[in-house]
Design a protein around this ligand. Structure first.
Ligand SMILES: Cc1cc2nc3c(=O)[nH]c(=O)nc-3n(C[C@H](O)[C@H](O)[C@H](O)COP(=O)(O)O)c2cc1C
Length: 367
């Protein structure tokens, strides 16, 4: 990136130019007709916030506490598999940038660096757990995360089964030889590699092979009993499931449709958020993700009841363009935009956003 980008949209363009087309499709695409992927952005654009004036706020305090972790911003990096697809330094570069900016990084079960090496960077980390077929590996991952001072376990509940990512099927997407699921006991098992034959997406078949197809509330209870870390459930959209999450001991819920990569037809996270917030009524923390691209999106999420947001693709776009510095750029843009949005709406900090008036703008309304 020769000139420092001013928006996440500019970073996105630079990433598209930098990545091989099939890797670009893998990171940017969604499932089936990508209706939910588009809905994630459209939902934010339909929300308007009414600023307060004459509040005397000059320098808002942006800090937040999310899932028991202090953060300089009400933001954390979402779990994303295989960061080394975008840059050789992968999760290490992202961990360094997240540490510099003071925000938590969620390390994925399918991360391409070992938990131990990522933890050595020294920033605040969360651990994302996929429900693997091998319970012994789940126990091993939980014990390692605890020993390495990860601050919470985020169990992803909207996958498997793996969504139909048609771009990857068409591209016959394969992981390069040097990108592996570094934390699994047998990282090469079930993975078709670049140059190997086969029509479908290799990531889809790999994921279905290692993940247990039937995750249920009983398993959530098992995780709750088998870790002392705060428990976060990621991928909840229905208020009834959010209430069940509270009843099963979840400390936080991520209202999420997996970045439009799972059920195509699901509502945007930010559209599902108000009903979830009403149902849980403060009994657990709420994070939301999907389509967050501006500081104003973060403010909108807070106004609708979230405690914070997760950032997905933008972080990978930054990584693809300029490694650690690219991720720093993305987080800095969002920090500056969010701080400015707080000041412009008269909010002294994230908590004040709850009192902003929210209007839903319908673009299709006839004039
Ligand atoms: C390339 C890619 C890989 C992902 N890998 C995971 C994963 O391993 N575990 C998980 O829970 N979510 C995963 N997600 C979903 C993200 O955590 C997050 O929910 C989503 O990206 C948020 O939407 P956004 O990208 O529009 O910000 C992935 C998303 C992308 C784009």
């Amino acid at each position: 990136m020769p000139v420092r980008p001013l928006t996440i949209g500019e970073v996105e363009q630079a990433a598209e130019a930098a990545l091989p087309p099939e890797t670009w499709d893998f990171v940017s695409g969604g499932s089936d007709a990508e209706v939910t992927l588009r809905a994630n952005r459209a939902a934010f654009d339909r929300i308007a916030l009414t600023p307060r004036v004459l509040t005397g706020v000059t320098a808002p305090d942006t800090s937040a506490r999310l899932a028991g972790t202090d953060s300089t911003l009400p933001m954390a990096v979402a779990p994303i598999a295989y960061h080394r697809l975008y840059h050789p330094d992968g999760e290490l570069a992202v961990a360094r940038a997240a540490k510099t900016l003071g925000v938590p990084l969620t390390v994925a079960t399918l991360s391409s660096h070992r938990l131990e090496d990522i933890a050595a960077v020294g920033g605040p980390l969360w651990f994302q757990l996929y429900w693997l077929r091998d319970r012994g590996q789940i126990v091993d991952l939980l014990r390692r995360a605890e020993a390495l001072d990860f601050r919470c376990v985020m169990l992803t509940v909207d996958c498997p089964p793996y969504g139909r990512r048609l771009r990857d099927v068409r591209n016959g997407f394969r992981l390069p030889h040097d990108v592996v699921a570094a934390n699994l006991a047998d990282p090469h098992r079930h993975v078709a590699r670049a140059g190997e034959p086969g029509a479908a997406s290799a990531i889809a078949s790999h994921t279905d092979a290692i993940m247990h197809p039937a995750l249920s509330w009983r398993d959530v209870a098992w995780v709750r009993e088998n870790t002392r870390l705060p428990l976060v459930l990621k991928g909840v959209l229905d208020p009834r499931d959010a209430v069940l999450a509270v009843e099963h001991g979840a400390d936080a819920v991520v209202v999420s449709n997996h970045g439009g990569r799972q059920f195509d037809g699901a509502p945007a996270g930010v559209a599902a958020l108000p009903a979830v917030a009403e149902a849980v009524a403060g009994r657990c923390e709420l994070l939301v993700d999907g389509g967050v691209r501006h500081g104003t999106d973060v403010l909108k999420a807070l106004a609708l009841g979230a405690d914070g947001v997760l950032l997905g693709r933008p972080v990978m776009w930054g990584l693809a363009t300029d490694g650690e510095r690219g991720v720093e750029t993305v987080l800095t843009i969002l920090r500056e935009e969010f701080t400015h949005a707080l000041a412009l709406t008269g909010c002294a900090g994230p908590a004040a956003a709850r009192d902003l008036r929210v209007t839903h703008v319908r673009e299709d309304r006839p004039c």
